[in-house]
Design a protein around this ligand. Sequence first.
Ligand code: B12
Length: 384
Amino acid sequence: MRSIVDIDELRRVGQAAGLDDVSVAGVAPIVEAQMAIEERKSRGLHGGMNFTFGNPARAANPSLLFNGAKTVVVALRRYRAPSPIPAVQANSLRVRPRGEVAAYVRSDEYGALREGLRAIELHLQAVGAKTEIVFDDNRLADRAVAAKAGLGWLARNTMLIHPQLGSWTVIGSLVTDLEIGEPAEGLSDGCGSCRRCSTDCPTGALGEFGVLDANKCLAWLLQAKGAFPRDFRRSLGGRIYGCDDCQVTCPYNESSEEAASASYLRSEGVDILKLLKASDSELMDEFGHWYIPRRRPEYLRRNALVVLGNIGDPGDPEVAAVLETCLVSDEPLVRSHAIWAALRLGKEDLVKRNLSPALLRNDPEGIVREELLFWNLLHDVGSA
Ligand code: B12
């Protein structure tokens, strides 16, 4: 049966509304995707993440999104590749530490993606179709459905790579009860023997082809609960949200002419000292659109303290003042990471000055105690 809407038409509508490519897939369960998610989970590679790991059978089955679903319209929106920002920027007196933010959140890409999908949705609703937009949602594995729609291949770094657009894309879908077009052909692998993402991943999280060990992925560790794993704190460098290294290094992103020639806006990065001085409400106002564990602002402070320890200027009195405040914070998570940051910057004096039983108060998970133990300072607490 010929559909009343064809894919070229939808692509035109989407492109006029800010999308870069659009295709369609059927709604049959994507068995390989379900198996891949379950397999990673059984090996503990999900690092405690929920997302699609919560219910892999559902995430791999677009037909469950609503009764009568027949087609998934899948869209890619390309965002600006990051321009390197210096982790520290000079002001008149001192260099100021700046936290790096992943390229996809430097502008409202998901907002723009939704607008593009909304234009397609209005087009389909005009012919009486039932529709639902879904992306970055635990109910659907976006990359699997995009690969099925022929929009790219699933790469060594686990990204969906579009042959022309590369991987600086966000993926969104619209499920409809309309049948549209012929099923797309999947693309064959374009990575070949290239291993650059594996080699250049700062923590070695991409050992096997297409398998990410989330326990080592900085993008996940910044979002995970609890103390930031000590083994990866130095590797975090200046990153405060997300990590783009496995994309920066990818030859498919390099070869993209647009990325190379466009004069992209430079992100100023996040002022780490300002972040650490901000109140809870100021933090949530500014960064509330990020994924923050338990929606608790102390996680922003935890991450910022690791960054400060890595790139702060030990001679800056403002750095010392901020560390001192964090060392006596009510939050054990903040206190323990302040100890690490201060000692990493060689500022043992600051920690010693605050060594008192009060430092160990309200530490139910023992993370302050553990940090002091690591630095061989626990025994000094009582004697201070
Ligand atoms: C959980 C999650 C994360 C986690 C884990 C990422 C991961 N690789 O699993 C963390 C927090 C680390 C993360 C990081 C990032 N993420 Co993320 N993330 C997700 C989320 C919510 C689920 C991904 C998922 O299902 N993971 C489970 C694992 C097992 O899936 P996978 O490795 O991708 O493997 C899939 C396929 O390989 C497939 N599969 C395996 N074999 C076969 C065979 C066939 C034939 C088929 C069809 C499928 C298939 O099965 C799996 C299920 O899809 C999606 C949104 C969504 N709802 O889908 C965004 C998403 C994947 N993330 C995205 C982005 C942009 C990022 C970052 C670039 C952000 C950043 N700069 O920090 C990084 C990239 C790091 C990386 N290399 O993945 C985009 C990716 C766009 C793209 N072009 O690929 C998505 C799609 C969000 C969106 N809607 O745009 N992310």
